[in-house]
Design a protein around this ligand. Structure first.
Ligand SMILES: [Zn+2]
Length: 412
């Protein structure tokens, strides 16, 4: 993997430092100037064109040179890729679970583009999907209920995509102001407008934003070179004006902020230093803003398509290995909708707990949920029914006896 990463970095650096685009733009500028000159004074045509010859040739040469460099970088990278993956088999399309759900796939792609802020690409994609319906969209006889549901979601999206687009444009505008301009006000305004819904979720976003605004003003706001007393006064004025709404929920944090003012000349050595000198405060607040904004739209903070593709990439080597073993041993993958092996994913990719019944060793499902007996031991409903046969029975894990009607369903 290391040589590949090296080549990738080299290629990335090369494309970043490449002057091709500016070279091409310089050529375009030259040509446009010449066109304007000739348009203004048609008599100057021959001399203008003659003067143009050398600079245009030089500019073309420069462009070609940098293109050559880019090509050689790309070649080396491709070779490094080939070397690394030469003997690795590619996944076959035999078990293509997605090809029967083009509508779902299209919807995931469109949503991904929208939430990445690629609005014009998303608009083009949606219009092309509408113009080129996939076979499953047109062939009615083979439609599954899920496809119908997905199709209606996509239709609804198309109707509402303007609204979703508007929302994401707003999100990107607020994030731009926050990250690039150090302007928290649009985010604060959004959080105040949605105060009730945010509080119902237990979110502290509005307070976090206002606290950062207080800290920013204390450090002088737009003008960091102002004397400390001026910054402190701006922060205190802000607190007087805006902090009353937080008195109930955040009294302790407010006391910390205002208490810190007493240490003002020497905040560094105060117990509040971390609040006032937190280099990651802006990115943290931007992340929680994105998370809350998406959750109010009923969406996760990360794009599901990105998560699915990444999880799939992590799983691929294991699944390919499994496939070759199954081929060698001539066995089949029989369990439906379930992977035959464990795929360890990083903790951030684990979204909900699973329960495996200690009696049947099966994973619980909606139809076969985990049930807790009065002794607090948990087994799956099917195991419970099998063991009890409808009457009193002994827990498989302790001496207690219980009746199936006393067992409670456990929600994961
Ligand atoms: Zn028990």
């Amino acid at each position: 993997m290391e040589p590949l990463q090296k080549e990738y970095q080299r290629l990335w650096k090369r494309t970043q430092s490449s002057k091709t685009i500016s070279d091409v733009q310089a050529t375009i500028n030259l040509l446009q100037e010449a066109r304007d000159t000739i348009a203004n004074n048609p008599n100057s045509a021959s001399i203008t064109l003659a003067k143009l010859q050398n600079p245009v040739k030089a500019s073309f040469d420069a462009t070609n040179d940098s293109l050559k460099e880019a090509h050689s970088g790309l070649n080396k990278y491709t070779k490094a890729l080939d070397r690394l993956f030469k003997d690795k088999p590619l996944p076959s399309t035999e078990y293509d679970a997605l090809s029967s759900h083009p509508t779902l796939v299209n919807r995931a792609i469109a949503m991904h583009l929208l939430r990445e802020g690629q609005f014009s690409v998303a608009a083009t994609f949606l219009s092309e999907v509408a113009k080129n319906p996939t076979p499953t969209q047109t062939a009615n006889e083979d439609r599954s209920p899920e496809d119908d549901a997905a199709a209606s979601v996509l239709d609804m999206d198309q109707l509402q995509s303007r609204e979703i687009q508007r929302q994401f444009k707003l999100m990107y505008h607020i994030l731009h102001e926050l990250k690039q301009e150090c302007n928290l006000l649009p985010a604060i305004e959004w959080a105040a407008t949605n105060r009730e819904r945010l509080e119902a979720r237990g979110s502290n976003l509005e307070f976090e934003l206002c606290r950062l605004q207080f800290v920013w003003l204390f450090h002088g706001g737009n003008n960091p070179s102002v004397p400390m007393v001026v910054g402190r006064q701006m922060a205190l004025d802000y607190a007087k004006r805006e902090f009353t709404v937080f008195q109930k929920r955040h009294l302790k944090e407010l006391q910390q902020l205002l208490g810190a003012m007493a240490f003002a000349p020497n905040l560094e050595d105060s117990p509040y230093s971390a609040i006032f000198n937190n280099p990651s405060a802006w990115s943290e607040v931007a992340n929680s803003f994105t998370r809350e904004f998406c959750s109010l739209l009923g969406l996760s903070a990360d794009s599901p398509l990105y998560i699915a593709a990444t999880a799939g990439t992590i799983a691929l080597p294991t699944l390919l290995k499994l496939k070759s073993i199954m081929k060698a041993k001539r066995t089949e993958w029989t369990s439906e909708n379930e992977l035959p092996v464990e795929i360890p994913l990083p903790p951030s990719y684990q979204f909900h707990s699973i329960f495996v019944c200690p009696v049947s060793k099966e994973q619980s499902t909606d139809e076969n949920p985990p049930m807790m007996m009065p002794c607090r031991h948990v087994i799956c409903q099917e195991s419970l029914m099998r063991l009890s046969k409808g009457g009193k029975f002994k827990c498989p894990y302790c001496p207690n006896e219980s009746h199936p009607r006393d067992a409670q369903k456990v929600f994961l």
